[in-house]
Design a binder for this molecule. Structure first.
Ligand code: SF4
Length: 159
């Protein structure tokens, strides 16, 4: 049986989901401005903004994503994440339904996740070359898609 999401909204709470330029362009095509829904971190990565403790696009009334069809690539693979320290794809234990992710689903998603992480890092390097430190609104050392966990691992996350 494939992964079953119970729409608890946990992954949309205090999100650190990283965004590709193509994610930003897709969301801007809906009429949003990047400054509304994203911020650039000091490490050059761009992540979704939180409003009242949840993702800018999360609707607490319905507990649904307001841009589900246009959501970032990282959100599409969640709860499968890429662990930089382990150099492998794993189900994110923060998701209460992570135990329903099958090995086949991980195998299918992993090449895409690896590519996504590479692209995120490449785009971050370009931003760091283009902008001065004053531009950044957020200061974190770890990657959003590769967030530091309570267990001390760096990993890629998103729904
Ligand atoms: S992906 Fe997991 S954490 Fe996110 S809403 Fe579904 S069950 Fe909850």
């Amino acid at each position: 049986m494939p992964f079953t999401c119970i729409r608890c909204g946990k992954c949309c709470t205090e999100t650190e989901m990283l965004l590709l330029e193509e994610d930003i362009a897709r969301l801007e095509s809906l009429g949003h401005n990047r400054s509304e829904f994203s911020l650039i971190r000091r490490d050059g990565l761009v992540q979704l903004k939180n409003v009242n403790g949840h993702c800018y696009f999360f609707d607490p009334a319905t507990r649904r994503c307001k841009v589900y069809e246009w959501r970032p690539l990282g959100c599409r693979f969640y709860p499968i994440i890429y662990s930089i320290t382990e150099d492998k794809c794993v189900p994110d234990k923060d998701c209460p339904m992570s135990h329903t992710v099958s090995p086949e689903e991980i195998k299918r998603a992993c090449p895409h996740l690896r590519k996504l992480v590479k692209q995120l890092i490449a785009e971050a390097h370009i931003r760091k070359l283009l902008f001065s430190g004053d531009y950044y609104e957020h200061d974190k050392k770890d990657y959003k898609v590769c967030k530091k966990t309570r267990r001390g691992h760096n990993r890629h996350s998103g729904r």
